[in-house]
Design a binder for this molecule. Structure first.
Ligand code: HEM
Length: 251
C-alpha cells in the first residue's frame, strides 16, 4: 500500500487543504488554513521582528493573560467564594493541594507581571509614536485593555479574604462612594437623591460594606465577566494590528 495513504485520504484532505511539499504557496496555505496559525500574517516585515523595537511586551502581556486563565481555572476547582470558606480554601490550596502553593503563586505573580507589562507596553507604544494614525483606534482599544487589566487585578485582590484583601477593598470601594453624581459621598449626589443604598458603591459591593455579596460579585466579575471582556478587546486589538498593516516601523 502507498505509504502516503493517510495524507491522501479524503478525511485528511478535508482537514489539511495543502500538500506537504515545501513550496512558498504551500507554506502560505499552511498558515491561512489553520485557525491558530492564521492569527499571524503569512508575511511579516523584517522590521516587525526587531525585538528592540517592541521588546514583545504586548505579546508577553498576552502570555501572562493565558497563564492567568489556565491557573485561574485550576484554582476555581478548590475555591468557594463565601466568607465561611474563602480564606480556609485558599490556605488548603497552599498546604494540601498537590503543587497548590506553586499554582497560587503562579497566578499571583503572573497577575503582577501582567499589570507591569501592560504599562511598559503602553509606554513603548507611546515612545515609538505608534498611537498616531492609522493606529489611533487601537490605542483606544488599548486603554480599554488597561482598564480591564486593572479591574481584574482589583477584583482578584479580594478573593483570598484575608485582612489585607478585606481592608484594601474597603478602602478601594470607598472611591466608588465618592463618584460625582452617583456616589453617596460624591459631589452633586443630592441631584439624583443618591444615598448609601442606591449608589455606585452599593452596585459594586451589593451592600454598603464589604461582605458576602461583595465576595460573590467580585468572584463573578473576576472569573467570568472581566476575562470575557478582556478576551473580546484582545481579539479586536490583534485584528486591528493586522488591519493597520502590522506593527509600526522604526523610523
Ligand atoms: C492586555 C493588554 C494588552 C495586550 C495583551 C496587548 C497586546 C499587543 C500586542 C501583542 C501588540 C503587537 C506588538 C507588541 O507586542 O508590542 C500590540 C500592539 C499595540 N498595542 Fe497593545 N496590548 C495591550 C494593551 C495595550 C495598551 C494599554 C495600549 C495603549 C493604551 C496598547 C496599544 C497598542 C498599539 C497602539 C499597538 C500597535 C503598536 C505598533 O504598531 O507599533 N495596547 N498590543
Amino acid at each position: 500500500m502507498n505509504a502516503n495513504w493517510i495524507t491522501q485520504s479524503a478525511i485528511y484532505r478535508s482537514v489539511f487543504r495543502h500538500d506537504l511539499e515545501d513550496k512558498p504557496r504551500n507554506r502560505a496555505l499552511a498558515v491561512t488554513s489553520n485557525v491558530f496559525l492564521h492569527v499571524h500574517p503569512v508575511q511579516v516585515k523584517a522590521s516587525a521582528l526587531n525585538i528592540r523595537f517592541t521588546f514583545c511586551m504586548g505579546g508577553l502581556a498576552f502570555l501572562m493573560f493565558v497563564i492567568e486563565v489556565v491557573t485561574g481555572v485550576l484554582l476555581m476547582f478548590y475555591y468557594r467564594p463565601v466568607p465561611e470558606y474563602a480564606y480556609t480554601d485558599m490556605k488548603l490550596i497552599e498546604h494540601t493541594v498537590h503543587y497548590g502553593m506553586f499554582l497560587r503563586n503562579m497566578h499571583r505573580w503572573a497577575a503582577h507581571a501582567m499589570v507591569i507589562l501592560v504599562m511598559l507596553h503602553m509606554l513603548r507604544v507611546f515612545l515609538t509614536g505608534s498611537y498616531k494614525p492609522p493606529r489611533q483606534f487601537n490605542w483606544v482599544v488599548g486603554v480599554m485593555l488597561l482598564t480591564v487589566t486593572l479591574l481584574l487585578s482589583f477584583t482578584g485582590y479580594l478573593l483570598p479574604w484575608d485582612q489585607i484583601a478585606f481592608w484594601a477593598i474597603t478602602v478601594g470601594s470607598k472611591m466608588a462612594a465618592a463618584t460625582p453624581f452617583l456616589g453617596n459621598e460624591g459631589p452633586f449626589h443630592e441631584i439624583f437623591r443618591i444615598n448609601e443604598f442606591n449608589d455606585m458603591q452599593y452596585l459594586l459591593l451589593g451592600d454598603n460594606k464589604v461582605w458576602n455579596n461583595a465576595l460573590l460579585r467580585f468572584y463573578v466579575l473576576h472569573c467570568v465577566l472581566l476575562p470575557l471582556v478582556c478576551t473580546l478587546f484582545m481579539v479586536i486589538h490583534f485584528w486591528r494590528i493586522r488591519k493597520d498593516g502590522g506593527i509600526s516601523r522604526p523610523l
